[in-house]
Design a protein around this ligand. Structure first.
Ligand code: HEC
Length: 109
């Protein structure tokens, strides 16, 4: 009997952990960003690394970038823009939604 109770507590604990990770719709935008976007946009989104400077990339945290709607940011990541590559073939729509969520989360306060 005691054993069964322990098992139930363990399962409930795991469920709480899953829920605490936040809205699943945003996916793991940070992990995708670190994997695909840092070479050009820098780890912090500033674009202050060598490639970012060379390509004259704007700071993703800046008001100029953040004032664009989620739809506009999604469009740029999906279809690309000038030297910014299109990700419609390599990322799922929910991954791109996750990236937009991540870009929002690093906005300059
Ligand atoms: C090969 C370099 C490169 C990579 C990799 C790259 N980007 Fe970009 N990105 C750019 C460039 C260059 C621009 C500026 C495009 C322009 O406005 O001419 C840009 C612009 C953007 C913008 C719009 C910023 C603005 O100025 O309004 C967003 C949002 C963005 N990138 C997100 C991403 C995300 C998310 C990833 C990873 C999935 C990514 N980028 C990967 C080069 C890159």
């Amino acid at each position: 009997m005691i054993k069964i109770n322990k098992a139930i507590c363990g399962a409930a604990g795991a469920l709480v952990l899953v829920l605490a990770r936040g809205p699943a719709a945003w996916g793991d935008g940070e992990a995708t960003y670190k994997q695909k976007c840092t070479p050009c946009h820098a780890a912090d989104g500033s674009g202050s690394n060598a490639m970012g400077k060379k390509l004259n990339i704007r700071d993703l945290r800046s008001a100029d970038v953040q004032k664009q709607s989620d739809a506009e940011l999604t469009e740029i990541i999906t279809k690309g823009k000038n030297k910014m590559p299109a990700y419609e073939k390599t990322l799922k729509p929910e991954d791109i939604t996750g990236l937009v969520g991540y870009i929002r989360s690093i906005a300059a306060k």
